[in-house]
Design a protein around this ligand. Structure first.
Ligand SMILES: [Zn+2]
Length: 313
């Protein structure tokens, strides 16, 4: 799993090329002298297309920030907490970046910042981060910060018992029959009022929106309709490796849709463990488990396949 890197466009290429050389270049308008960011083909102040690239020091002040303690995307789970920041450069433009080499408690709006050019795993792309201009605030200058950066012991969470789950499937579970009423209830709950799902006069009849597929497994039913051991259908057939890390985070859902789902259809769902990958970051190991759920109708035809990513930390 590789992190995405920026893809230069004709308008942004000079900016990325400068970063690759460890320099920050901004555009300046020849007509009105405005310096601006992000890169554009005409001046945001006077619309002149006559623009120059000008090298700047990259120093600025912290305009605002937020500390993201949960990953905003599975590929960035090894970077939490992320100190997301808007930096006001000395030339005026503001840009969004990440603060590095400092402790959370030392972050102050208005603090002076200096650029850090950070080479990415592809060996070419350089990203612009910011660190305190005051060297005494940099965590690599502090014993405590240095200790925190010490490599973690190499104990993998991917034990043979965990890895044995790759490719394993759960029990196939059949859901409750789809009804027009449940489709309506779902659509009103998620505010998706498309007539294809709701208008009974639709040619061919109503169908269900793609994200409805898991609903026939978690409709509230009278107790006497539950399975003998009382387990809700929602939790039946779920398969998950015995990862010992404490926390589980939802890392996203992708769904591929093959055919329409209509009232009267009965879905059967089966889960399978697609892959289990470990990544090690500054805050410890994360294990990414991808679980595929395949939904077939009563004719054995594939209706949808979903892939859930669960992050264990
Ligand atoms: Zn201008």
């Amino acid at each position: 799993m590789k992190k995405p890197v920026p893809v230069p466009t004709p308008a942004t290429r000079p900016f990325w090329n400068a970063l690759a050389e460890g320099k920050l270049r901004l555009q300046q308008c020849r007509a009105c002298s405005t310096v601006f960011y992000y890169p554009r083909t005409c001046c945001p102040a006077c619309l002149s297309p006559e623009l120059d690239w000008r090298e700047v020091a990259g120093t600025g002040t912290l305009y605002t920030y937020t500390i993201a303690r949960r990953p905003t995307h599975p590929l960035f789970a090894d970077e939490v907490p992320q100190r997301l920041a808007v930096v006001e450069l000395d030339e005026g433009p503001k840009l969004t970046s990440t603060l590095v080499n400092l402790r959370d408690e030392d972050i102050r709006i208005g603090m002076r910042l200096a650029p850090v050019f950070e080479k990415q795993a592809d060996g070419r792309t350089m990203l612009l981060r910011f660190q305190p201009a005051d060297e005494s605030l940099r965590s690599d200058a502090r014993a405590e910060g240095g200790a925190r950066q010490a490599p973690l012991p190499e104990v993998s969470a991917l034990t043979p018992e965990v890895l044995a789950y790759v490719g394993r499937t759960g029990e196939a579970v059949t859901g409750y029959p789809v009804t027009a009423e449940e489709i309506r209830r779902y659509c009103y709950a998620v505010d998706d009022l498309d007539p294809r799902w709701l208008d009974l006069a639709t040619p061919g009849g109503v169908s269900a929106p793609p994200m409805f597929v898991s609903i026939p497994f978690d409709i509230d039913r009278p107790l006497h309709e539950l399975s003998e051991d009382g387990t809700a259908l929602e939790h039946r057939g779920v398969i998950f490796p015995p990862v010992t890390l404490k926390r589980k985070l939802f890392g996203g859902l992708e769904i591929e849709w093959f055919r329409e789902l209509r009232p009267g259809d009965v879905l059967t769902r089966q889960y399978r463990v697609l892959d289990i990958v470990e990544r090690r970051g500054a805050s410890g190991p994360s294990v990414f488990v991808r679980i595929e759920g395949t939904y077939c109708n009563q004719h054995g035809e594939k209706v949808a396949v979903e892939v859930n990513t669960i992050i264990c930390r």
